[in-house]
Design a protein around this ligand. Structure first.
Ligand SMILES: NC(=O)C1=CN([C@@H]2O[C@H](COP(=O)(O)OP(=O)(O)OC[C@H]3O[C@@H](n4cnc5c(N)ncnc54)[C@H](O)[C@@H]3O)[C@@H](O)[C@H]2O)C=CC1
Ligand SMILES: O=C(O)CCC(=O)C(=O)O
Length: 388
C-alpha cells in the first residue's frame, strides 16, 4: 500500500488515478511515501524521511525545496503545460483589462448614485476618463517561451499584435509551436525598449528574481503595461510603484496581490487565479498522479524537474531495482558487482544522469534478497534503493 499525503486540494479526477486498493490518499497521514502539492509552501515544513517522491500539480516548483530533495535522491515531478491554456486565457484577459481600463471603469460605474437619468448623465461625463486603445499595432514582449509563453505569444499575434519573444533556452519543441510571426528579441533590454506591453512567463529562480527592474521599466514605451502571471518575485515591486506614480507605467496586471501594490488604482491584482479552472486543475492532477504512480510502482521517471527522464519497460519475472545515486564514476560498476556476487543476472538496465544526480533502473531475474539491497545502499554515493 502506498501512502500519499496531499498538502492542497487536488482534483478528484487526479486522485482517482491512484486506486484505493493500492493507495491511501489523505491530507493527514503519517510516514507518507509521496506528497502531492499545489502552491503550499514546503520550504517551511518538515518533510518526513519516508517521502520518496513529491508531485506538484502545476508548473512552478519554487514552493518546493528541490535542491534539498535532490540531495536525498527524491524526485520532484510537475505537470508541464497542463495548465498553460488556463494561464494564457487570463493573460489575454489582462491585456484587455489594461488596454480598456475595464476594472477602473467598472469601479466608477458601481459607485454611481441617483436616478437612472442622473446615472446616464454621470456615465456620459465620466466615460472620457476611461478611453483606452486597441491591441492591433501595439507591441507585446513575451519573456519566457515555455508552455505558457508560447501560447500567449501565439494568441496575441492572432489578435493583431506585434509580438517579440525572448528565451535564450527555448526548447526545440516550443520553437516548433511558436507562430512564425513572433519575432525574436535579442536581449531583455532590447525587448523592453521595443514594447508597449510586457508579460513574464519564467520560473522564479535566482537569475529571474527582480529582473523586471527599474532600469528595464525605464526602457518601456510611455504608459507601458507589465503583466506578471509568473511569480511576485520576478518584478521589483518598488520599481513598479515608482513607474506607476511617475506615469511611466500605465498599468500593472498580476496574479499576486501584495500590500505594496494591491490597492493602487493602476494595479489589477488577482488572487493567483491563473491555473484556477476546472480543466487545468484536472489536467494537472491527472498528469502528476499518473507520473507519480508510474514512479512508485515501476520506478519510471517522466516530467521531473530534478531527475533525468528514465523509462524502462518491465521485464517479466524480474525484480526491478530503482537506484538514485550521485553522478560519479563507477556507480553502475559497483552496483552490478554487488548483484554478480549474489549470483543475480541483470535482464535489463537503464542509467541516466542529470547534473549531479544519476538514476539507474535494473531488472534482475528472480528475486533480490534484503542483504543485497543493503549492500547496494552502503555503496558511497547511493542515495536510495528500492526493489519493486
Ligand atoms: N499564475 C499561475 O497560476 C501560474 C503561474 N505559472 C508560472 O509561470 C511560469 C512559467 O510556466 P510554464 O510556461 O508552464 O513553464 P515552462 O517551464 O514551460 O517555461 C518557462 C520558460 O522560461 C524560460 N526561461 C527561464 N529563464 C529565463 C530567462 N532568464 N529569460 C527568459 N526565459 C527564461 C525557460 O527556458 C522556459 O522556456 C512557472 O514557472 C510558474 O512560476 C505557471 C502556471 C500557472
Ligand atoms: O495550483 C495553482 O493554482 C497554482 C498554479 C501555479 O502557479 C503553477 O502551476 O505554477
Amino acid at each position: 500500500m502506498f501512502r500519499v499525503l496531499t498538502l492542497n486540494n487536488i482534483s478528484v479526477r487526479g486522485l482517482e488515478r491512484l486506486p484505493r486498493d493500492r493507495y491511501e490518499v489523505a491530507s493527514a497521514l503519517s510516514d507518507p511515501d509521496a506528497v502531492l502539492v499545489r502552491s503550499a509552501d514546503m520550504h517551511s515544513i518538515d518533510i518526513p524521511s519516508s517521502v520518496i517522491a513529491v508531485g506538484r500539480a502545476g508548473a512552478g516548483t519554487n514552493n518546493i525545496p528541490v535542491a534539498r530533495l535532490s540531495e536525498l535522491g527524491v524526485p520532484v515531478f510537475n505537470a508541464p503545460g497542463a495548465n498553460a491554456n488556463a494561464v494564457k486565457e487570463l493573460v489575454i484577459a489582462g491585456l484587455f483589462l489594461a488596454a480598456r481600463n475595464i476594472c477602473q471603469a467598472w469601479d466608477y460605474a458601481r459607485q454611481l448614485t441617483g436616478s437612472d437619468e442622473e446615472i446616464d448623465v454621470a456615465v456620459e461625463q465620466g466615460k472620457k476618463k476611461f478611453v483606452g486603445y486597441e491591441l492591433p499595432g501595439r507591441t507585446l514582449g513575451v519573456i519566457g517561451l515555455g508552455a505558457v509563453g508560447v501560447e500567449v505569444a501565439n494568441a496575441a499575434h492572432l489578435l493583431g499584435m506585434r509580438v517579440l519573444g525572448f528565451d535564450p533556452q527555448i526548447t526545440v519543441q516550443r520553437a516548433w509551436q511558436l507562430s512564425s510571426g513572433v519575432e525574436q528579441a535579442l536581449s531583455l533590454d532590447d525587448l523592453f525598449s521595443r514594447c508597449d506591453m510586457v508579460t513574464v512567463h519564467v520560473p522564479l529562480l535566482e537569475g529571474t528574481r527582480g529582473f523586471v527592474s527599474a532600469a528595464r521599466l525605464r526602457l518601456l514605451k510611455e504608459k507601458g503595461v507589465v503583466l506578471n502571471f509568473s511569480r511576485a518575485g520576478i518584478v521589483d515591486e518598488s520599481a513598479i510603484l515608482e513607474a506607476l506614480e511617475a506615469g511611466k507605467l500605465g498599468a500593472y496586471i498580476c496574479d499576486f496581490p501584495t500590500r505594496l501594490l494591491k490597492n493602487h488604482p493602476k494595479v489589477v491584482a488577482l488572487p493567483h487565479l491563473g491555473a484556477s479552472t476546472g480543466e487545468a486543475e484536472e489536467n494537472c492532477a491527472i498528469m502528476v498522479a499518473d507520473t507519480l504512480k508510474d514512479f512508485l510502482e515501476n520506478g519510471n521517471i517522466r516530467h521531473s524537474v530534478n531527475f533525468p527522464e528514465a523509462v524502462l519497460p518491465r521485464t517479466p519475472n524480474a525484480t526491478r531495482l530503482s537506484i538514485a545515486n550521485e553522478n560519479v564514476p563507477n556507480m553502475v560498476g559497483q552496483i552490478s558487482t554487488a548483484l554478480a556476487q549474489a549470483s543475480l543476472n541483470i535482464a535489463d538496465l537503464l542509467n541516466k544522469s542529470r547534473g549531479g544526480l544519476a538514476y539507474t533502473l535494473i531488472d534482475v531475474d528472480g528475486s533480490v534478497a534484503t542483504p543485497v539491497l543493503e549492500q547496494i545502499r552502503k555503496i558511497e554515493g547511493v542515495l536510495n534503493v528500492r526493489a519493486l
